[in-house]
Design a protein around this ligand. Structure first.
Ligand code: PEP
Length: 245
């Protein structure tokens, strides 16, 4: 039995004042049966840590460097994330793959760097609309995950995977529970071929998850929670999704 995990991805949203209101709302609404975390912009991580002290809500970042340290202006290392208490880091989000041209191997290297510092990488995979329409969904997500499996080898069981169809992110279009489950099943089988821990690994769904569609998605056999964007910015919505998990 896998414990569900719900992770809020705040993306590049927030301010000190807005975050304080959001976090206070979450503290009041919790705890939940699921594990819950928020991945916040770098400048707000320490303040988020402080605000969440004494709660069961974990926190993390939205990206990390693949490098250990050095002359990489603007980058943040996973050692730094560990140093400030991050439990999770999102790697390979489709927005980073698209706007920052992050390829499969870089994403895998970031996941490796995170694990080396005890930060759990949430590795995002997902196809574009064109790829889905061309019947290439399975091929694309398997290729993306294969790079991570190959790079992490025996540590693959330590990661969280997030299936996020690109066409469903921030668009209001959600994969049906059946569409999502079909891809999650493919990913589970790929993990099973690589690790004895595959059945205990969490595969999250992300893409326009809202309070009114969360329960149906989370009821699918291989959907172990969600990575939530827009709906993570309102305490009431995020809390309702956490309750559904
Ligand atoms: C995301 O950015 O990871 C995401 C799933 O966004 P949204 O929930 O807004 O589609």
């Amino acid at each position: 039995m896998r414990k569900k995990l719900v992770v809020g991805n705040w993306k590049m949203h927030g301010s000190r004042a807005a975050n304080a209101v959001l976090l206070a709302g979450l503290k009041e609404a919790g705890p939940w049966n699921a594990d819950v975390a928020v991945c916040v912009p770098f400048p707000y991580i320490s303040e988020t840590a402080l605000a969440l002290t004494g709660t069961a809500i974990a926190f993390g970042a939205q990206d990390c460097s693949a490098h250990e340290q050095g002359a990489y202006t603007g980058e943040v290392s996973s050692a730094m994330l560990q140093d400030i208490g991050c439990r999770y880091v999102i790697v390979g989000h489709s927005e980073r793959r698209a706007y920052h041209h992050e390829g499969d191997q870089l994403v895998a290297d970031k996941a490796k760097a995170a694990l080396a510092h005890g930060v759990t990488p949430i590795v995002c995979v997902g196809e574009t609309l064109a790829e889905r329409e061309a019947g290439r969904t399975e091929e694309v997500v398997k290729r993306q995950l294969a790079a991570v499996i190959h790079t992490l080898t025996h540590c693959i069981g330590e990661i969280v995977v997030a299936y996020e169809p690109v066409w469903a992110i921030g668009t209001g279009l959600t994969a049906t529970p059946e569409q999502a489950q079909a891809v999650h099943h493919v990913l589970r089988q790929q993990l099973q071929a690589a690790s004895k821990k595959a059945d205990a690994m969490r595969i999250l769904y992300g893409g326009s998850v809202k309070p009114d569609n969360a329960a149906q998605l989370f009821a699918q056999a291989d959907i172990d929670g969600g990575l939530i964007g827009g709906a993570a910015l309102k305490a009431a919505d995020f809390a309702a999704i956490c309750r559904a998990a």
